[in-house]
Design a binder for this molecule. Structure first.
Ligand SMILES: [Zn+2]
Ligand SMILES: [Zn+2]
Length: 337
């Protein structure tokens, strides 16, 4: 059985599967790309052939335009098997954002799984992570330090609702990424019984429409841009993190500035960003989830793509697995593109 390091390697373009002649989440335009999910650091424009789930392709088309999302686009359903060159390839949910997938590859009886970004916590807007037993598990480590433990998203969203009740004349503006975080915050608020309109910065609307089209109910969403200051008093407004720091937010009525991110676990980070109400809501696995997942897939060898590689590799070594840092460049900033 060939070891995966003989057929899966790091090139400047990204992770390359030689017997299938394709790249996974390449950072440069390539002839054949397999894309785990539509965040800008994983889904780049300009590839010739793109293979991804329907959800990922739909978001890519909306964000970068039909032409840039791949000259040819092939959708693969979760669990559907495909022969690419000498490799059998399939995808299973990664639980990260709508359409997010792990890529499983089998070559001459040897199996590698590339997680992409993932989490194990419940998320009503995407299919839950499925552990795939394998010989090499390629994992991210965004929150790969023991200090990172994420509370349940519902309890964080409850804090937001309590603050809204406490300050009924103020606008609560929440910094969220356009893909994933935005829709998850909305869906969790809805699951807590919040049925009032939720106001959105214009940059957030297109991806919400894709989610709705693919069956994720988000309720009454309205553009924040056309609503007056008075109409936004006491309301929840979602905006990209960059917008809440700038003059865009000044149109709001005495805003309470919030942000939903795993990084909000770091107090100084919230403070430096001027965040009054930090909400620890992450779409990445926290430290216990990373270790749990490595135990679940049972791979004797774990490769770490990006994030806090050293700490995770140290921890997996102590648990009896072999760890290796791939040090892939160009990942980690979700909205890089
Ligand atoms: Zn991502
Ligand atoms: Zn990422």
């Amino acid at each position: 059985m060939p070891h995966p390091d003989t057929w899966l390697c790091v090139r400047p373009e990204g992770l390359y599967c030689a017997p299938g002649d394709f790249y996974i989440d390449p950072v440069r335009a390539v002839p054949r790309a397999v894309i785990t999910h539509a965040h800008g650091d994983h889904a780049r424009p300009g590839h010739e052939a793109v293979l991804a789930t329907e959800g990922t392709l739909a978001v890519m088309r909306v964000r970068m335009g039909e032409a840039a999302a791949g000259d040819t686009q092939q959708a693969l359903a979760y669990g559907e098997r495909l022969t690419v060159g000498d490799v059998t390839l399939w995808m299973e949910p990664a639980g990260h954002v709508l359409g997010s997938a792990q890529v499983a590859m089998e070559y001459q009886g040897s199996r590698a799984v590339v997680s992409g970004d993932y989490k194990r916590a419940a998320d009503p807007t995407c299919a839950p992570f499925v552990p795939i037993p394998c010989d090499v598990f390629v994992t991210e480590a965004t929150f790969g330090l023991p200090v990172f433990t994420h509370p349940p998203a519902a309890s964080e969203a409850q804090k937001l609702l309590e603050s809204v009740a406490l300050f009924p004349d103020r606008t609560h503006v929440v910094g969220v990424y356009a893909l994933g975080k935005c829709q998850r915050v909305i869906a969790v608020l809805r699951s807590l019984g919040y049925e009032k309109p939720i106001f959105l910065h214009g940059a957030l609307m297109p991806v919400c429409e894709v989610y709705e089209r693919l069956g994720v109910r988000l309720g009454d969403l309205r553009p924040a841009t056309v609503a007056g200051k008075a109409a936004l008093a006491g309301q929840i407004v979602l905006a990209p993190p960059s917008a809440i720091a700038d003059r865009w937010a000044r149109r709001l009525s005495d805003p309470v500035t919030c942000a939903a991110s795993g990084w909000m676990r770091v107090r100084q980070r919230a403070k430096a960003g001027g965040i009054e109400l930090p909400l620890v809501i992450s779409d990445h696995a926290d430290w216990p989830e990373l270790l749990q997942t490595i135990d679940d897939v049972g791979a004797p060898e774990v490769w770490v793509t990006h994030g806090n590689e050293e700490a995770l590799i140290h921890a997996v070594t102590l648990r009896g697995y072999r760890g290796r840092a791939l040090r892939l460049i160009g990942y980690g900033e979700e909205e890089a593109a």
